[in-house]
Ligand binder design. Structure first.
Ligand SMILES: NC(=O)c1ccc[n+]([C@@H]2O[C@H](COP(=O)([O-])OP(=O)(O)OC[C@H]3O[C@@H](n4cnc5c(N)ncnc54)[C@H](OP(=O)(O)O)[C@@H]3O)[C@@H](O)[C@H]2O)c1
Length: 417
């Protein structure tokens, strides 16, 4: 029997279980997009690859999509904006990007805390540049330049700062490759000023600014609830609006840039006594998904969500509290540096959703598969592991204003090193 020639080239077919954390990584042979499985990241994928980089893939649970091989390749990470850079994960990310030599624009509401981070970042950048130059045999000159840049940073970053558009304040304008902009994500004009301070180019915008409020919904004052949502959800929308407007002006194919949001396990499950935060994080996950759909026309714009479980940062102690006891991260607790490393990887090789946390999948499985058992257990577990024994009078914490700089750091002091 003679063979009937196919009117098109036969594809190579491959089946894979893909981990969302590696989804989009060219090394994994996976496709671009997102970790989308029921468990937040895992998906079974069937790839049909034709010559000429054309790839059709079916992922379960998920969708059928046409893609191109080789997307998700390494991105340039030269200029990074971080909103929420003065504390916790954002601060750890600032240090990690500085260690990699990136030019930084650091923002939050607290000028003194930002200046501390900026000084550390300038020193790390100077070392990174000296190392790079040493590798190319120009060490003495690079070290001198690094010291000069770091010195300029300290000098230029005076306490008063200079005013920039929109009422935000930029300090140490690009000194040592690090610019500090005091801005509040609930004030859109100040977020515009953050983008303006970055100059012509923004490769990556990391948004980790957030606040929390503990207490039963009925005990949390309405203005506190509203301000948490305004910061954590509407603030993220403001950042997205400003960042995407800028990204659309960069690059040839309808824009370029990586926008990384700090999500949370609490954007996929629910705990009591954190209603404003949980509401915001569920909303943020929906917003990120919508933005991804609406930027499909721009293959070089990536909207990513890095979602940790519990992380040892000052957010718990600085939170508003109407629960009577200070909040704490329930185990297993990760370091902020681990989440920062995931953010840096995501910046270099963008992925849709990255989860960080050993228990995230188990908790999400319990939430989705056994809702009555989850609902029965989550209250007592939250009171046992999510609230400390330390009593506290009702207070609005850092919801309306930043805490003193001594209360902002990478670590929260809950986790033994
Ligand atoms: N820690 C955890 O266990 C955990 C778990 C899951 C997800 N996350 C997420 O990870 C991200 C970082 O949290 P974190 O634990 O690192 O918190 P954090 O240590 O409290 O840091 C929050 C940052 O947001 C800034 N910020 C707060 N309100 C702001 C506003 N209105 N405008 C501008 N900046 C503002 C704070 O600076 P100022 O106060 O100086 O403005 C600070 O730099 C958040 O999205 C959080 O939801 C954290």
């Amino acid at each position: 029997m003679s063979k009937v020639p196919l009117p098109f080239a036969a594809p190579t077919v491959t089946a894979k279980i893909v981990d969302g954390a590696r989804w989009g990584d060219p090394g994994s042979g996976s496709a671009p997009g997102a970790g989308r499985g029921v468990l937040g990241s895992t998906a079974a994928v069937l790839f049909f690859d034709w010559p000429g980089q054309v790839r059709l893939f079916f992922d379960w649970p998920g969708q059928v999509r046409l893609g191109r091989r080789g997307r998700g390749t390494s991105q340039a990470v030269e200029t990074v904006v971080i909103t929420g850079a003065s504390s916790g994960v954002g601060r750890a990310a600032a240090l990690a990007f500085a260690r990699a030599g990136a030019r930084l624009v650091l923002s939050s509401r607290s000028a003194p805390a930002l200046e501390q981070v900026a000084a550390e970042c300038r020193a790390l950048r100077a070392e990174a540049h000296a190392r790079a130059e040493a590798a190319t045999g120009n060490a003495a000159q690079a070290a001198a330049q690094g010291r000069a840049e770091a010195g300029a940073g300290v000098k230029a970053g005076g306490p008063a700062g200079s005013r920039v558009e929109g009422g935000a304040r930029a300090q140490g304008e690009n000194a040592g490759g690090v610019t500090v902009v005091v801005a509040d994500v609930t004030a859109p004009e100040t977020v515009e000023a953050v983008a303006a301070a970055a100059g012509d180019r923004i490769d990556v915008w990391v948004h980790t600014a957030a606040v929390m409020a503990y207490g039963r919904f009925e005990d949390v004052p309405a203005e506190v609830f509203d301000q948490v949502v305004a910061t954590d959800l509407l603030g993220a929308a403001t950042v997205a609006r400003v960042a995407l407007k800028r990204f659309r002006r960069q690059g040839p194919k309808r824009g370029r840039g990586v926008l990384i949001f700090g999500g949370s396990l609490l954007g996929t499950v629910v705990t009591p006594y954190t209603s404003s935060y949980v509401t915001s994080k569920w909303g943020l996950r929906a917003l990120v998904r919508a933005l991804r759909l609406e930027t499909r026309d721009a293959p070089a714009i990536h909207v990513c969500l890095v979602s940790p479980g519990a992380v040892d940062t000052p957010i718990y102690r600085n939170a508003a509290n109407f629960a009577g006891r200070i909040g704490r991260p329930p185990p297993p607790i990760d370091r902020a540096e681990k989440v920062a490393a995931a953010i840096v990887r995501c910046a270099r090789r963008p992925r849709g959703t990255v989860t960080v946390g050993a228990a995230n999948k188990l908790i999400l499985f319990g939430f989705l598969a056994t809702p009555p058992l989850y609902d029965f257990l989550v209250g007592p577990l939250m009171r046992l592991a999510g609230l400390s024994r330390e009593k506290v009078a009702p207070h609005p914490g850092n919801v309306f204003a930043p805490p003193p700089p001594s209360a902002e750091s990478v670590r929260g002091g809950r986790r033994r090193r």
